[in-house]
Design a protein around this ligand. Structure first.
Ligand code: NFA
Length: 102
């Protein structure tokens, strides 16, 4: 039998709910000055794209004005945008990177 009354231990199972985080698209915007190879380098180094995929995305941005680099949680997306903006600024390129709720 199981002890009851004062001093008895009680184990309570708490329900664990699963919540989907809000996701954010990180986008690159076209401009007339940033070199194509620089954009490819950004996609390879900050978004883990291989050369082929990076080139495809860069050309899409070049031809349509905007393109998606990836979809991330808020903090990761914010970090990517900051990394790209800081790196572009450092190399004196006007490349713009933004995030939007997915
Ligand atoms: N449009 C730029 C050029 O012709 C290349 C570019 C692509 C810039 C994608 C920004 C984003 N040099």
């Amino acid at each position: 039998s199981v002890p009851d009354g004062p001093g008895a231990s009680v184990l309570t199972r708490t329900r664990t709910r699963v919540r989907r985080p809000n996701m954010y698209r990180v986008l690159l915007l076209n401009d007339d000055y940033t070199p194509m190879e620089f954009v490819v380098h950004i996609l390879e180094s900050f978004f883990n794209k291989n050369k082929e995929e990076a080139t495809r995305i860069m050309l899409h941005v070049h031809q349509t004005g905007v393109g998606e680099c990836g979809i991330f949680t808020y903090e990761v997306a914010e970090t990517k945008v900051t990394q790209v903006m800081d790196f572009s600024r450092k190399h004196q390129h006007p490349l713009q990177c933004v995030m939007e709720k997915s």
